[in-house]
Design a binder for this molecule. Structure first.
Ligand SMILES: Cc1ncc(COP(=O)(O)O)c(C=O)c1O
Length: 404
């Protein structure tokens, strides 16, 4: 049977405390117990349905977590204050000092910086590899390896991970496959393809209004319980808790995610095809020229397309900067990091979101100076947007007039 994540969100039915159509927001940091015994049992993790303290869990956070678990097809989920607040506890929960992670080398700069610069302070070391080559992934696994880490569609190079293939390797070597699915919500469902843990930065498409940061870890009940354990749970003890008011607002935005993803994908796909025809070096998983186009197709759920992210290479950082400034001046979007907004956002990852990655490593992985990452917006008239973008490119000699 086909997996239909948007149906799972649509089918959620939560009643508010007074019969409201939205669940009531739990505006409390602590909770009363009718008996001292129940308080003790809750600390021991044995009192289902009782709340203890909002860093541990709160009704609003559980509603959002359950909705995201339904979307990802996992047993449960826990929400966090940011995407990094989801990623770092997961890795610290799964690895101890002396253990090892095999990670894709093309990942979000903050995750890369954590693995490269911070985790070694805890005795956790990482090998960064080309995730698209399963033989290279397997060769990097050592007896100390605990985690295979990747993004389903990577930031910023839009490499696509073969999640089924990686899951097979993870099983063979008794590792946990952790997948950051921030770039491809609804389109790809990593848990269905064999991932053990699925992470999102909710900051991006899922919330979709660039007004908050947030994160989620989706996984088994057992793993989420471990993360929330009062004695040794990394989510509980490191304290990256989402505020209940925010989880209520993210839950409301989640309900329109399917419509937004369809429009982001439609617009990105239109622009990618036009840019490629114009002769620009364009990377978009929906283009037949993308090395993992067929792989993405084989993994995707129907209807949501290939996502809202694309890159073009305009040859140099100077040209990239000039183009981004001009596009912002013409109100085509914002020169800003992040993604998943109603307006197009563009940035040059080499000098921004991936600047944590040393220059020589950037060059090795194909992250060139002239690369611009676009998060394509919900533009109602994408033909108009394209024509205005093309005018900017002609004005800056990025495109020659005859291409137009
Ligand atoms: C793929 C990916 N994962 C994780 C993060 C981190 O999320 P947050 O900024 O919500 O901590 C980002 C942020 O840009 C991202 O692009």
């Amino acid at each position: 049977m086909k997996f239909k994540p948007a149906n799972n969100i649509q089918d959620l039915q939560y009643f508010g405390e007074f019969g409201g159509v939205n669940p009531s927001i739990s505006d409390s940091s602590t909770y009363t117990f009718l008996s001292a015994k129940t308080m003790f049992d809750t600390f021991e993790g044995n009192a289902d349905g009782c709340y203890l303290y909002s860093r541990h869990s709160s009704p609003s956070n559980l509603y959002l977590g359950e909705a995201l678990a339904a979307m990802e097809g996992t047993e449960t989920a826990t929400v966090t204050a940011s995407g990094m607040g989801a990623i770092t506890p997961v890795l610290m929960q799964l690895c101890e000092a002396g253990e090892h992670i095999v990670s894709s080398r093309t990942i979000y700069g903050g995750t890369y910086a954590f693995l490269k610069n911070f985790a070694p302070r805890l005795g956790i070391n990482t090998s960064f590899i080309d995730i698209t080559k399963l033989d290279i992934v397997e060769a990097a696994i050592t007896p100390k390896t605990k985690v295979l880490y990747c993004e389903s569609v990577s930031n910023p190079l839009l490499e696509v991970a073969d999640i089924k293939g990686l899951a097979t390797l993870a099983k063979k070597h008794s590792l946990k496959l952790v997948v950051d699915n921030t770039f491809s919500p609804l389109s790809i469902s990593p848990a269905n393809l064999g991932a053990d843990v699925v992470i999102h930065s909710l900051t991006k498409f899922i919330n979709g209004s660039s007004d908050t940061v947030g994160g989620v870890v989706c996984g088994t009940q057992e793993f989420i319980n471990q993360l929330r354990n009062v004695n040794d749970g990394a989510a509980m003890l490191l304290g990256s808790t989402m505020d209940s008011l925010r989880s209520a607002s993210v839950l409301k935005n989640l309900r329109t995610l399917h419509i937004r993803m369809q429009q982001h994908s439609l617009n990105a796909s239109y622009l990618a095809e036009k840019f490629e025809k114009d002769g620009l070096k364009t990377v978009y998983p929906g283009l037949a020229s993308h090395p993992s186009h067929e792989l993405f197709k084989s993994m995707m759920n129907e209807k949501y397309g290939f996502g809202g992210m694309l890159t073009i290479d305009v040859g140099s950082l100077d040209k990239a900067n000039a183009l981004m400034e001009l596009m912002q001046e013409r109100n085509l979007g914002y020169l800003a990091v992040s993604l998943g907004f109603y307006k197009t956002l563009f940035s040059a990852p080499g000098s921004s979101t991936s600047s944590e990655i040393p220059e020589e490593e950037q060059a090795e992985m194909g992250l060139s100076d002239g690369l611009i990452r676009f998060s394509i917006g919900l533009d109602a008239d994408i033909e108009r947007t394209y024509s205005m973008m093309r005018d900017c490119m002609i004005e800056l000699n990025i495109l020659e007039k005859e291409f137009a």
